[in-house]
Write a protein that binds this ligand. Structure first.
Ligand SMILES: *Cc1c(COP(=O)(O)O)cnc(C)c1O
Length: 500
């Protein structure tokens, strides 16, 4: 069963928690108890394909779903043709003591696919289980990656619609094309006149507008979110930690029982938190290393115990980690404090009113033991992309490069020689300008179209451009609507009736 981190909500089944998204008391849903596995479980995973590994792990958390339901969700998400690698999330040996766990072989070339391919299926199944009749309308404000991954994930999924709002001037050319060429009958994409904050504020306002919600409820619609606070987005991420470990055992790069480190480029703390659950379940993880860019709020928190968002915000080469409030940290704190929801509520209230909170030395010591942390700036990120390509012939996207460098710094500082698994969150082609610039200099990207940059990058790193990105050049534009931020409620209301 699932509880809220803030403690004011009755226990719920996982289907209820997934259908609700965020808990009504403002907290996040967490499992009442974390299931444990033994060695045999991990050994068994070694001979399974990714889909079966996923079903085995999901079953432990989503106990109100039947095996048939989970197998069907998993087959739809990771089955034939969806991911360009048959392994779905392959592990690639790069250096002597380093491997990369590639999470970007899905339809949008970034790690959000790992969860957003599965969440819509879990949600649609949950609606049936709890007898929800309403059509669920997913509203997404996006600065780039999440919008496209949500569109791909929810495309033609029963009883759901998805509406994405992106800032007209705020996304890269590739990201815009990925969204405006989106196919599917149950979705709409809008450019908002303004920046990401305008789009995000607009969506939040609609969510909290009671009159609006009552009105659409009358017509049989209900709003929901595909944000990483939904348990249905977190639980699929636990799978690839186990899967990576099972691959390494199967390929005899480690022996069953050996400990490994995972190094995770972190923004909202969702990815790395899934690693925490894996460790609590019994996966032999030594450290979960938290890597940040110049928005180093997590590095400071994990080293001092003070979380403070009162600091400048930087736009960096790794935009998916440009974040000052890491929502999923709340779940970690809940478990570390042994489910002290009063304490969590106080800290979150403090964060809301003063912009910071302090967890004290005892809790800090517990967290520090598990989560070493570090950060690197853009200059180091670019240098790492270049150096790793020269040394190993392996191309990193900027987010993964941050993790790579933090891992090296950690090894230097601590002498810890445990195998480092770098969690690779995006294809280098997704952030092609930054990567080509790092590898070939500023002139190589100057006045070039996105597609020219993609092609040149392909030649330099000797890998094909992912077909879904290459195809964008010739795809029909299907979504041209632009709206002012004040018009968003009107636009949503009109769209839900004209979308299937
Ligand atoms: C979303 C994202 C991240 C950050 O993941 P969190 O779960 O928010 O910590 C890192 N890299 C890429 C490429 C992403 O899209």
């Amino acid at each position: 069963m699932y509880l809220s981190t803030r403690g004011q909500v009755e226990r719920m089944t996982s289907a209820q928690a997934i259908a609700q998204g965020i808990a009504p008391d403002g907290g996040l849903f967490v499992p009442e108890a974390i299931p444990c596995v033994d060695e045999t479980f991990i050994v068994t995973l070694c001979s399974l394909c990714y889909q079966d590994r996923a079903a085995a792990i999901l079953q432990l958390f989503l106990t109100d779903y039947t095996e048939v339901e989970l197998k069907s969700c998993v087959a739809g998400a990771y089955g034939s043709g969806k991911f360009s690698s048959p392994a779905v999330a392959p592990v690639v040996k790069v250096g002597e003591q380093t491997v990369a766990l590639e999470l970007w072989h899905g339809p949008t070339s970034a790690f959000k696919d790992m969860a957003l391919q599965l969440l819509p299926r879990l949600l649609s199944c949950a609606l049936k289980k709890i007898g929800e009749q309403a059509q669920i309308v997913i509203l997404v404000a996006t600065s780039g990656d999440t919008g496209k991954a949500a569109l791909e994930g929810f495309k033609d999924v029963e009883q759901t619609q998805v509406m994405v709002f992106y800032p007209e001037e705020g996304v890269s050319q590739i990201q815009r094309l990925q969204m405006v060429t989106q196919e599917g009958e149950n979705l709409k994409v809008f450019a908002v006149k303004g920046n990401f904050d305008d789009a995000q504020t607009g969506v939040k306002r609609i969510f909290s507008d009671q009159a609006f919600n009552a009105e659409i409820a009358n017509d049989g619609f209900k709003l929901s979110s595909a944000n990483s606070i939904n348990w249905g987005r977190l639980v699929p991420q636990i799978v690839y930690y186990f899967s990576a470990y099972a691959d390494l055992v199967r390929d005899q790069q480690i022996t069953q029982g050996d400990k490994v480190n995972f190094v995770v480029p972190t923004g909202n703390f969702g990815n790395i938190l899934a690693g925490y659950y894996a460790k609590q379940m019994g996966l032999p993880i030594n450290k979960l290393i938290c890597a940040s860019n110049s928005n180093n709020v997590l590095t400071d928190f994990l080293t001092t115990g003070v979380y403070s968002r009162n600091r400048p915000f930087y736009k960096t080469y790794s935009p998916s980690m440009d974040i000052l409030i890491s929502s999923n940290l709340e779940r970690l704190l809940y478990h570390i404090t042994k489910q002290d929801s009063k304490q969590i509520s106080q800290w979150m209230e403090k964060l809301n009113t003063t912009g910071e909170y302090h967890i004290g030395d005892e809790y800090l010591a517990a967290i520090k033991e598990l989560f070493p942390a570090g950060w690197v700036d853009d200059v180091q990120t670019a240098a790492t992309i270049d150096r790793v390509h020269k040394e190993y012939g392996y191309a990193l996207d900027p987010h993964t490069a941050v993790a790579w460098q933090v891992a090296e710094n950690y090894r230097h500082q601590t002498g810890d020689t445990t195998l480092n698994i770098i969690v690779s969150t995006a294809s280098p082609f997704k952030f092609n300008q930054t990567v080509l610039n790092a590898l070939a200099g500023a002139d190589s990207v100057k006045n070039k179209s996105e597609f020219a940059v993609l092609n040149q990058l392909s030649r330099i790193i000797d890998r094909p451009v992912p077909p879904a990105l290459a195809e964008l050049e010739h795809k029909a534009i299907r979504h041209t609507a632009v709206c002012g931020k004040q018009d968003m409620p009107k636009v949503v209301k009109a769209a839900i009736h004209t979308t299937r």
